[in-house]
Structures are given as structure tokens and as C-alpha cells.
Design a protein around this ligand. Structure first.
Ligand code: CUA
Length: 177
């Protein structure tokens, strides 16, 4: 089959662009650990602050010693706005939004996820020591640029789990204010 010279050039160009695109995807996935989320969990977006999972935001350590972070995104803040975590330790993030779609992004790490009202986003990652900026990378309204937070990652030996607040008594009629 005879292929015109110019068509050959175009085919080569398109092939090169495709290779480049797939290469960047492979690079992000393999070298930087970016993966599509695979966790599907739903929540009533109006009941986030009453839900057992999101009633308290921030860092906690479970019975097995695993570190969890719970963050709520809202127009226009992250709750909580500051986090402190141990380095080189797997940390599982649980995130949701109470209003519109936000993009939770820990700049300079592979820790990021879209927050969709009605869904709980979850990912697990670990960090190098340092200070990280947390931004919103999904345009969410007039105060989008104000959705900034801070993550401080300290060597594991220096990190102390946050003091655990007294567990709320079940059925004690704790209405959110
Ligand atoms: Cu939240 Cu942009």
C-alpha cells in the first residue's frame, strides 16, 4: 500500500504526540505515584458534621496504629486548615465536601483528590519531612483562592499523635451548632 509522503509525516507526528502523552501518564503513575481513586463511599452532604466519621476533623490514630486524617472541604476553607503528620508513614485521608466540588491538593506530593458532595474520597500516601501547602485545585467560587491550608511533616520520632478528645456520648443529643 502506498502512503503519501505528507500523510506519512502526519502519521509520524501524531504517533509521536501519542507516545509523549502516554509517556507523561506512565511517568506520573510510576515515578510520582499518581493513581486514579478506587474508593467509593457515599455520605449525606447535609449530615457531614453529624456523621461519626466526620464529626471530628483532623488527625487520629486507630487501634491498629494506623494514621488517619479527616478533612472537610467547604466554601471556602479546609477543616482543619493545619495538619501535622509523621514522615515516612502511610497516612489515610478521608475527605468530603459539604457544598460544591473542591480539589484537595497537597502541593509537592502525590496527595490529592477531588471532593464531591455526597461522596467520601479516600487515599493513602506518605510524605517526606517538610512544610506543604494545601490548595484547592478545582474552581469552586469567589473564594476559591482562599482555600489554603498547611501540612507540616516531621520525622516520625518527633511526631506525637494529637490528644484524643473525650469521645462524645452516643445518644447524648449532640446537635451540631
Ligand atoms: Cu474549593 Cu476551589
Amino acid at each position: 500500500m502506498k502512503i503519501d509522503r505528507y500523510e506519512r509525516i502526519w502519521m509520524g507526528g501524531v504517533g509521536g504526540v501519542l507516545l509523549f502523552f502516554f509517556g507523561t501518564l506512565a511517568n506520573a503513575a510510576i515515578r510520582h505515584g499518581f493513581h486514579p481513586p478506587s474508593h467509593v463511599e457515599t455520605i449525606n452532604p447535609r449530615g457531614v458534621f453529624q456523621s461519626p466519621q466526620f464529626r471530628q476533623q483532623g488527625v487520629r490514630v486507630d487501634e491498629g496504629g494506623a494514621v488517619h486524617v479527616t478533612v472537610v472541604g467547604m466554601m471556602f476553607a479546609w477543616l482543619p486548615g493545619e495538619l501535622a503528620l509523621p514522615a515516612a508513614t502511610p497516612v489515610t485521608f478521608h475527605l468530603t465536601s459539604v457544598d460544591v466540588i473542591h480539589g484537595f491538593a497537597i502541593v509537592g506530593s502525590n496527595g490529592q483528590s477531588m471532593l464531591i458532595p455526597g461522596y467520601v474520597s479516600q487515599f493513602t500516601t506518605s510524605f517526606q519531612p517538610g512544610e506543604y501547602l494545601i490548595t484547592c485545585n478545582e474552581y469552586c467560587g469567589i473564594g476559591h483562592h482562599q482555600m489554603a491550608g498547611k501540612l507540616r511533616v516531621v520525622p516520625k520520632a518527633e511526631w506525637r499523635p494529637p490528644a484524643v478528645a473525650a469521645a462524645p456520648v452516643d445518644g447524648g443529643g449532640h446537635a451540631a451548632h
